[in-house]
Design a protein around this ligand. Structure first.
Ligand code: ADP
Length: 209
């Protein structure tokens, strides 16, 4: 894919339980924004299929699925959305949730995505995050939320590997959003920024004309 056709992308970044999925789903319902959640791509794999087994093996331990496998699956999924007419890179932007999950993935994705913003959903109340994950285990029947030890391990992996992704991207495209507030307040902040960004882009085009 030539550099000029990289997907215009907004990253939703943050620890498990920080609210990426909640925000991603709402943002993805807005025309022009397409939400792609990596965990959901994995969960949609048939449990008995070879790929589904690989996912279960890692996720049930709270571990990350290997990078090459993850990026390949994400890429195929996104191309599938294009073929189905649900994502048009010429007019739409991707809202990525849960990917990239470490610096190696960020590097592998560089040739496909043009990251315009990283929304860093920062939840200072760790206890609240933990409880959200426990609640989710009941509602969504997720194996990886079921045991305290697995949740702890996922939070550890986030600190050890995922947090470094923030320093991979230029500071000026990162927006820290405090998620110790209501989903409406968090959404309002993200939307205000996306709106301003669109205005900036328009201004640039008008100035150039
Ligand atoms: P959460 O945001 O709560 O961690 P996700 O649905 O994003 O939940 O991820 C669930 C699991 O799927 C992860 O613990 C991991 O095993 C796997 N997974 C999701 N995204 C990735 C990724 N980008 N790289 C590797 N593994 C991933």
């Amino acid at each position: 894919m030539p550099a000029t056709t990289r997907y215009k992308t907004f990253l939703l970044f943050g620890a498990p339980g920080s609210g990426k999925g909640t925000q991603g789903k709402i943002l993805g319902s807005i025309p022009g924004l397409v939400h792609v959640a990596c965990g959901e791509i994995f969960r949609d794999l048939r449990v008995g299929s070879p790929l589904g087994k690989v996912f279960l093996d890692y996720s049930s331990r709270g571990a990350l699925v290997p990078d090459d496998f993850t990026i390949q699956l994400w890429k195929e999924h996104t191309e599938g959305l294009e073929q189905l007419g649900r994502f048009d890179p010429a007019t739409d932007a991707l809202i990525l949730d849960g990917i990239p999950r470490n610096v190696a993935q960020a590097r592998l994705m560089d040739e496909y995505v043009d990251v315009k913003r990283v929304y860093y959903l920062d939840c200072e109340d760790k206890e609240k995050m933990f409880l959200r994950l426990k609640r989710r285990a009941l509602h969504e029947n997720r194996l990886d939320d079921a045991s305290d030890a697995v949740i702890q391990h996922r939070l550890y992996v986030y600190e050890a590997e995922t947090a470094q992704v923030l320093s991979y991207y230029p500071v000026d495209i990162i927006r820290r959003i405090n998620t110790d507030r209501t989903p409406v307040e968090v959404l309002a902040d993200i939307l205000a920024d996306i709106r301003d960004l669109a205005i900036d882009v328009e201004k640039e085009t008008t100035d150039e004309a």
